[in-house]
Design a protein around this ligand. Sequence first.
Ligand SMILES: Cc1cc2nc3c(=O)[nH]c(=O)nc-3n(C[C@H](O)[C@H](O)[C@H](O)COP(=O)(O)OP(=O)(O)OC[C@H]3O[C@@H](n4cnc5c(N)ncnc54)[C@H](O)[C@@H]3O)c2cc1C
Length: 483
Amino acid sequence: MARTQPSPLVHDLQAALGIEAVLFEPEDLLPYEFDSSIDRSAPDVVVLPRTTEEVAAAARIAEEHHVPVVPRGSGTGFAGGAVAVMGGLLVVLTRMNAIREIDAANRLAVVEPGVINLDLQDALSSFGLLYAPDPSSQRICTIGGNVGTNSGGPHTLAHGSTVNHVLGLEVVLPGGSVVNLGSRQVDAPGIDLRGLFVGSEGTLGIVTAITVRLIRENEAIRTMLAIFSTVDEASNAVSEVIRRRVVPMAMEMLDQETIRVVEPRVNAGYPLDAGAVLLMEVEGLVEAVDQDSEIVIEACKSQGARDIRIARTAEEREALWEGRKSAIGALGHTAPALYLLDGVVPRSRLPEVLHQVLGLSREYGFKCANMFHAGDGNLHPTVLFDPEEEGATERVLQLGGEIMKLCVDAGGSITGEHGIGTEKREYMDWIFSEADLEAMSSVRLAFDPTGRFNPCKILPTGHGCAQGHFEPIKRKLGPGIYV
Ligand SMILES: Cc1cc2nc3c(=O)[nH]c(=O)nc-3n(C[C@H](O)[C@H](O)[C@H](O)COP(=O)(O)OP(=O)(O)OC[C@H]3O[C@@H](n4cnc5c(N)ncnc54)[C@H](O)[C@@H]3O)c2cc1C
């Protein structure tokens, strides 16, 4: 097969990072065309740096060649954030995967961005410590990607999302300078640029090291599965538990569609005839766990729970969680493609919005499964479809837009944890005013005056590329504004 001639950009990158750290043959770029969203677009070049200096060199070279720069972790994001929609340079951080330090006395760790979330959790277990953010993708996603999207997870309900657990960041800015934001203490002096960078989806810079806050493992944990005949009962139970002043560490709901797919594959212990199950966890001192569990059980019974099972061993707990954490993968076996949405509604409106979501999906002719962080009101309707079917992708995206509108109209939001990416940038003006968006745009341009870092993400102004999902993305290389 004829080999591609290295472009001047490739040549300069090879000189700075070494030949094996630079990919540019079309077949080598294929795995980097997509993340877990529907968007697809090939970068021109991929680099796999090993050090902050190499990331800085790549950013400088991209600036000299006037090409877009897109940071990427494992590519598990659902919003298209790691897709190089305008081509250019994709900086893949997975080789920067060292846990540089665990400081148990001061309850912090310093990690490189390519560290897999679960690898950090495993490394901490012998210290009796935890890094609280635990996305369901924790076996594969990176801490850098978690920072990029401000990831949540089942335990966000009690502990908050990634932003609450990041103390400091080392960042390569557009142009290649390296800055340190935040500190090793909770209360860093100065303007909180650390907070600004968490959730900025790679539009302000590339994170090359992260100082994270650690928490102590709790003395006792009780994991419970409440079984309901309907989604309404389960949703009402979520509000009832919190109304009784207990905030469990986690409250995850799986509906019937999901249970029927997951249980035969995982043997988690979810009854196949349940309308919905709530997977809940309370943690703390032994006495408090006993007391809180009683309140949770009573609250669930009061809303019609027909059974409540308590995990008696670590293996039983593991099995209950395995069902939840494998749900998306299991659903992936039942249809050629999934479109997983991420919206938020006030907890009290869960039953009504879930009915509307299922009704809309039926109108569009799609099956829709639901498994989500119910305690946060963070919905993940998962629409099953076949992209080969004429018009199916367009219809599924249209349905996604309508579901997001339902969430906003119910007083919620267009994302709980997956970010905006390309997927939802056109919905941003449903929740932000022109002045709000202008303020975000000014901040972005202050760090990146040409908008070269992760163009066409988050902000809806979109002058540099096509609007929405249906028009082909127009490439705009060379100097200019990409936001
Ligand atoms: C099965 C499954 C379950 C999931 N469950 C959850 C869940 O419970 N909670 C949740 O929040 N998400 C979940 N996700 C979504 C996804 O895993 C998270 O958004 C995760 O944080 C993405 O990490 P990543 O390494 O794959 O990042 P990528 O997808 O590679 O990138 C995500 C974004 O971060 C930016 N980015 C990546 N690395 C850097 C860096 N070093 N510096 C600056 N920007 C960077 C990218 O440009 C992009 O905008 C799930 C995904 C799957 C497939």
